[in-house]
Design a protein around this ligand. Structure first.
Ligand code: LCS
Length: 393
């Protein structure tokens, strides 16, 4: 049941489905590191690619394959490559296309370590980078050099919620013959499918919406074509940042309710964003569902819904934000997002703390910015919790 023509909710339940001999309804956990060959010739044929058999779980495993097929189907891509974490997916993409003297043009408001690893590690191997605001296409064009080998963005961006125009970024990337890589973590394929908009590679931290239950760290790469898949898969295998079968089973279990979890949380997020925007103690709110969002029109075209992530700043900046975070009772003061529980965190001192102050300010990550990840609790309870905490500010 991998038909791409079925509806999203149907595909999230059935795509990648079980093919085992016993007819298991759910893909079993093949908790094995290695697979027996029928004979020496069969082993050699599996290694040469003449036969399609399983060899070793770092290379491929039936439980992991099923999840890769499912996410690739939902993203309308060619194939998926599951990884141990979202960061492993990102570094696999970097390692595939970048190297000595190569250059990346990337968004200045990325998940902190996605930028930090470039500046602290990849730079040691001669990789060059330019961080610009990819919501501004002119700054992307100006940053391109003859060595540019990848354009990379996150949309909506973590934590500024800026929206970059994927169709136009894909045109820019293809104009210079390089891939557009898009981190689609904040939307999941339920709300945005970058490959349909022209992107070549989609990255997920499946730790977030796809797993959805704050109990697994996991990543996924989906490529639009075989050429990129054949380039990236050996990098993942040889760097050893593969997923584990038990991890794959849990993520696949979470995936089956992705759309209904997002629908529920998104309905609440719209109300919470409106509540915050109208609150006298709030300075500004950034949420793609509010007309005040600078890329509101683009969000309407590119995304199937505004999502569940809200950034805002209180009057009084950081001190007020801290009082809010210290006084919430239901909402968890914790990093991460996309789970069933609502979470609040402070990017400048937490997820983005390794980025220098100047670079954070340039990217719009102000000291007072607070990020709220809306969960699936009753919306009245979430608003009441924010309200009682705001009374203490
Ligand atoms: N991409 C985005 C957009 C993310 O938000 C994260 C993690 C990653 C990639 C990395 O994925 P991981 O390796 O953790 O699976 N974001 C986090 C955050 O905002 N708070 O805690 C983690």
């Amino acid at each position: 049941m991998d038909s791409k023509n079925l509806g999203f909710l149907t595909r999230q339940v059935h795509a990648g489905g079980s093919k085992d001999a016993l007819g298991s309804a759910i893909v079993p956990i093949y908790q094995t590191s290695t697979f027996k060959f029928k004979n020496a010739d069969h082993g050699a044929a599996c290694f040469s690619g003449e036969e399609d058999g399983y060899i070793y779980t770092r290379i491929a495993n039936p439980t992991i394959d099923a999840l890769e097929r499912a996410v690739a189907n939902l993203e309308k891509g060619y194939r998926g490559i599951a990884t141990s974490s979202g960061m492993a997916a990102i570094t696999t993409a970097y390692l595939t296309f970048l190297g000595q003297g190569k250059h990346i043009v990337s968004h200045n408001a990325l998940y902190g370590p996605a930028r930090g690893v470039m500046e602290s590690v990849f730079s040691r191997f001669g990789v060059k980078y330019t961080y610009v605001d990819t919501t501004d296409l002119e700054s992307v064009k100006k940053a391109i050099t003859p060595e540019t080998a990848m354009i990379y963005t996150e949309t909506p961006a973590n934590p500024t919620i800026g929206i970059s125009d994927l169709k136009k970024l894909a045109d820019i990337a293809h104009g210079i013959g390089v891939p557009l890589v898009v981190d689609n973590t904040f939307c999941s394929p339920y709300l945005q499918r970058p490959i349909e908009l022209g992107a070549d590679i989609v990255i997920h931290s499946m730790t977030k919406f796809i797993n959805g239950h704050a109990d697994v760290v996991a990543g996924m790469i989906v490529t639009s074509n075989k050429e990129y898949y054949d380039m990236m898969k050996p990098v993942m295998v040889n760097m050893g940042c593969n997923m584990d079968p038990h991890q794959a089973y849990l993520v696949h279990r979470g995936l089956k309710t992705l759309g209904i979890r997002i629908d529920r949380a998104q309905e609440s997020a719209v109300k919470i964003a409106e509540y915050l925007e109208n609150h006298p103690k709030v300075e500004w709110v950034k949420y793609p569902g509010l007309k005040s969002h600078p890329q509101y029109e683009l969000a309407q075209q590119q995304m199937d819904g505004p999502g569940t992530m809200i950034s805002f700043e209180l009057k009084g900046g950081l001190d007020s934000g801290k009082r809010l975070m210290d006084n919430v009772k239901l909402i968890l003061l914790a990093v991460s997002l996309g789970g069933v529980e609502s979470l609040i965190q402070h990017p400048a001192s937490m997820t983005h703390s390794k980025i220098s102050h100047d670079k954070k300010i340039e990217a719009g990550i102000t000291d007072g910015l607070v990020r709220l990840a809306v969960g699936i609790e009753n919306v009245e309870d979430i608003i009441n919790d924010i309200n009682q905490a705001l009374e203490k500010v």
